[in-house]
Design a protein around this ligand. Structure first.
Ligand SMILES: NC(=O)c1ccc[n+]([C@@H]2O[C@H](COP(=O)([O-])OP(=O)(O)OC[C@H]3O[C@@H](n4cnc5c(N)ncnc54)[C@H](OP(=O)(O)O)[C@@H]3O)[C@@H](O)[C@H]2O)c1
Length: 448
């Protein structure tokens, strides 16, 4: 976090303190001037296309052992096996570093396959499990949460994939922004907890924040059809989760196993429960508010059970632009890794040779009150996002352990939010303090 702020004029200059194989003048093809006006009008400065490089992009994947991390590795594996850069000189990506938390065998297998130079186990107790995997020649291994930020700011890294689940991903994402990296952002909790700080750091250090969440990725793509000042509203699509058609009394008795069985997406446990409560959409509304620098009043949600249309942007003239593809996270990940270029990747494609329908319906805020919370928090800002996120992480964990019933997830979050002492412009220290307070209060509230 000790990086010096970049000025506009030196934003593409190499860092003189960087090791020899870091980005040097010979690596950069300069800014994206050939892209035309659309690609330059993505609104906020952190959404501008990154500098083009004439060598493979060096990637650090934080949370490599999870669902997004593994999909990222599939994209890289496929790309390096099948495609070359547009200049025809070798693969697009090089895995520089990987992190995992509890799945050490998976981490070791991936580090070996991709010849990662740095490996981090964020669990401080992971060293002995790592030793059992045998020494990985050529890899530097570190343990503990601080090593995540160290990897995120390694001068050799071009792109940090922020794929840790929960607010555990916040410090390393902020470290990547402070080091001026391109951040492919899956960890929505960073924006929910500290969106105003993350975007301020991105401006200060000339970093990029490119959305991996499929809805935000779709909005980002659709936004390039017009000017950001012409956007009337954005509409996030929601699958409605596994309980889309359940009545309120039926929701009382749903089990963790039922909640984990998402109808269209295969994801980690926490986001699967968030999808079942629609808290995921609530968090995404807050994420969109900060990522696209839009007032909450311009953000809406529509239920779309097929998860084919990943979101809409409506412009002032009434034109609605959407991005469509089968539900497969490999596509938005690939987009974020290679933006503003595109290549033939491994993601599934649309098949128009058989008939299919697309449905849309307004969300039911009575059955899914978490969504209403998200809209309120996006409007109010300040400390609300940190409190909502912390309370939600605790109740989701408690629900997965069978300690509370499904409807208690949203009611408890509301209770904690309503009892916190609000601050409109919190510092990082205040946010971390209120995160701890909210976790404690939530545990007290549900009696665990
Ligand atoms: N999955 C999706 O389709 C999807 C879509 C959009 C956005 N997202 C977002 O992407 C993020 C990751 O989701 P996911 O579904 O990939 O989650 P996941 O499958 O549960 O993976 C989470 C990753 O974080 C690591 N991790 C867990 N606890 C940690 C801690 N305390 N400190 C550091 N690392 C920790 C895990 O390591 P171990 O596995 O080794 O324990 C794993 O690598 C979330 O913010 C989610 O909202 C996910």
């Amino acid at each position: 976090m000790g990086n010096q702020p970049k000025t506009t004029s030196d934003s593409s200059s190499p860092d003189s303190s960087a090791p020899q194989d870091s980005l040097g003048p010979q690596d950069s093809l300069g800014p994206q001037d050939s892209l035309g006006p659309q690609a330059r009008d993505a609104g906020a400065t952190w959404l501008r296309p990154p500098t083009l490089l004439n060598r493979p992009k060096r990637i650090a994947i934080l949370g490599a052992t999870g669902s997004i991390g593994q999909s990222t590795l599939k994209v890289i594996r496929h790309s390096n096996a099948t495609s070359t850069r547009s200049d025809g000189k070798g693969g697009r990506f090089q895995v520089l570093g990987l992190s995992g938390h509890s799945q050490i065998a998976q981490l070791a297998a991936d580090a070996t396959e991709f010849a990662a130079k740095r490996v981090v186990c964020s669990d401080p107790g992971g060293a002995s499990a790592w030793k059992q995997q045998g020494a990985m020649p050529g890899s530097e291994f570190q343990v503990g949460p601080d090593a995540l930020s160290d990897l995120a700011s390694d001068p050799r890294v071009d792109i940090v994939v922020a794929a840790i689940v929960g607010s555990a991903g916040l410090p390393s994402t902020l470290a990547a922004l402070t080091a001026g990296k391109v951040v492919a952002l899956a960890n929505k909790e960073t924006m929910v907890v500290a969106g105003h700080l993350a975007t301020a750091l991105a401006i200060q250090y000339d970093a990029r924040l490119l959305p991996v969440d499929s809805e935000h990725n779709a909005i980002f793509q659709a936004m390039q059809s017009g000017k950001s000042s012409q956007i009337r509203r954005i509409v996030l699509t929601a699958s409605g989760g596994p309980f889309r058609e359940k009545s309120s009394p039926d929701l009382e008795s749903v089990t963790p196993a039922q909640a984990l069985a998402h109808p269209t997406w295969k994801m980690g446990a926490k986001i699967s429960i968030d999808s079942a409560t629609m808290m995921n959409k609530a968090l995404e509304v807050i994420e969109a508010r900060w990522l696209f620098d839009l007032p909450a009043e311009k953000i809406e949600v529509v239920v779309h059970p097929q998860s084919i249309v990943h979101s809409f942007v409506e412009f002032e003239d009434g034109s609605v632009i959407a991005q469509l593809s089968p539900p497969d996270m490999q596509l938005p990940i690939q987009f974020a890794l290679d933006y503003p270029e595109r290549f033939t990747g491994p993601a599934r494609r649309m098949d128009f040779s058989t008939a299919f329908g697309l449905n849309f319906q307004p969300p039911d805020m009575d059955r899914f009150p978490a969504l209403l919370l998200g809209l309120e928090v996006a409007r109010k800002g300040g400390t609300c996002g940190a409190v909502l996120n912390a309370a939600n992480e605790v109740v989701v964990d408690a629900f997965l352990k069978g300690q509370i019933r499904f409807p208690q997830i949203a009611t408890t979050c509301r209770q904690i939010l309503e009892h916190h002492s609000f601050d409109a412009q919190p510092s990082l220290e205040q946010l971390l303090m209120i995160d701890r307070w909210a976790r404690q209060e939530t545990r007290k509230c549900i009696g665990i």
